[in-house]
Design a protein around this ligand. Structure first.
Ligand code: SF4
Length: 237
């Protein structure tokens, strides 16, 4: 079942009054399938949703297993009326510590990329002018990739954030965020640098800054800078 179908099922059960789901374990024989703790479904987006309301609805979230090892929920930061939103995969150690997205080394690189590209292109924006968040709001243990069910559950909050801000464009950072938003099987090297759409909002895909931190990825770094240039001109010209 693909994520869109799973979402449809979840919305259907929520609409008819269910407020919890049970997940079956894959590790046990069929006859002995244990039932895990119920996962409360994300709340329906109210009319006139706001970021404050979404954060309230997240609360002290325990809707997926990522709650177990987190220190802080990393909701998102930046301009709540931004024309541009960056979406990464999930918090790392520094982000988990501070409760803010993209504050570690990868985050510093992202800041540099945004501010240096904007300044070279004569576009008067700085990092606080955009909004930055992740697909999952809690740090996956050992920085592993979030599981599909974790992205599916937490992704509902991301979608509400995007619908609330309604930016002129979204920049997707890396393959995991790309899968969460675009449900594509294409690799990032083929998808990056091109325009896609999430609902009716244009999406530019580029590499995750943590990938660009590796020394041998100089070519990817140049490509990411080009992607950003295209994106910034589209949004701010
Ligand atoms: S990752 Fe998202 S859904 Fe999972 S516990 Fe954290 S806030 Fe809740």
């Amino acid at each position: 079942m693909d994520p869109a179908q799973i979402r449809e099922y979840l919305e259907f059960y929520r609409d008819i009054g269910f407020d919890s789901i049970y997940r079956l374990s894959n590790d046990a024989p069929a006859a002995l399938l244990p039932i895990s703790m119920p996962s409360p479904l994300p709340g329906l987006a109210p009319d006139h949703d706001t970021l404050d309301q979404i954060r309230l609805d997240i609360g002290d979230c325990k809707r997926c297993g990522l709650c177990e090892a987190r220190t802080n929920i990393v909701f998102g930061s930046g301009n709540e009326k931004a024309s541009l939103v960056f979406v990464g995969e999930g918090p790392g150690a520094d982000e988990d510590d501070q409760g803010l997205p993209f504050v570690g080394r990868a985050g510093q690189l992202l800041t540099q990329m945004i501010e240096n590209t904007a300044s070279k292109e004569g576009i008067p924006i700085r990092r606080p002018d955009v909004y930055i968040c992740n697909v999952v709001k809690c740090r996956p243990p050992e920085n592993r990739t979030p599981q599909p069910d974790e992205m599916e559950i937490c992704g509902q909050f991301l979608f509400r954030q995007l619908e609330t801000i309604r930016p002129k464009a979204i920049c997707v950072l890396g393959a995991t965020a790309m899968k969460a938003l675009l449900n594509t099987k294409e690799g990032i090297t083929r998808s990056r640098g091109k325009w896609h759409k999430w609902r009716d909002i244009p999406v530019m895909i580029t590499y995750h800054p943590s990938y660009l931190l590796r020394q041998y990825n100089q070519q990817a770094k140049r490509e990411a800078w080009e992607d950003l240039k295209t994106l910034l001109h589209f949004v701010y010209d």
